[in-house]
Design a protein around this ligand. Sequence first.
Ligand code: ADP
Length: 172
Amino acid sequence: MSKLTLLRGDITKLEVDAIVNAANSSLLGGGGVDGAIHRAGGPAILQDCQAIRARQGGCKTGEAVITGGGNLPARHVIHTVGPVWRGGQFDEAHLLANCYRNSLQLALEQGLKTLAFPCISTGVFGYPLEEAAPIAVETVREFLGGHPGIEEVVFCVFSPAEEKLYSALLNA
Ligand code: ADP
């Protein structure tokens, strides 16, 4: 059975098959967790992103692409683009669930077994944490139930408030 775990800290330190990046559609890097991943991973990740841009012109909201992990302990980075919160009436919940599903699907296709997610969209993109966290947990749980190939998914939260909320959801 696949494991769902919770950890508070810096996702760039995790030794997993892939960490997920809350990227933007340009794939050219940004602030928050995106900036931290590119800083820690070095220029190889950006080079891979540029090759993807040349091929398909960035990444749409809800979709995911994969690059190498550069200098990170993680072997790969899965870049997914979360929705910008615009009040909840613009398909945000569905798009956010797609981020988790498409990242897991890509990991599965690549034969990856361990994966770590940050809280997608809840920083600069403004998605309320209380609404985003249940979507993250439910979507990942549902996917893992149908796809035993993934062995472990870590929710890598960053703040004590995120930790409290995820802990309650995971123990429910
Ligand atoms: P978005 O643009 O999708 O909102 P952000 O990077 O602004 O993405 O925020 C997403 C979440 O990532 C926030 O909850 C933020 O606290 C968290 N975060 C920032 N840096 C790190 C890190 N190094 N490791 C894990 N999570 C991080």
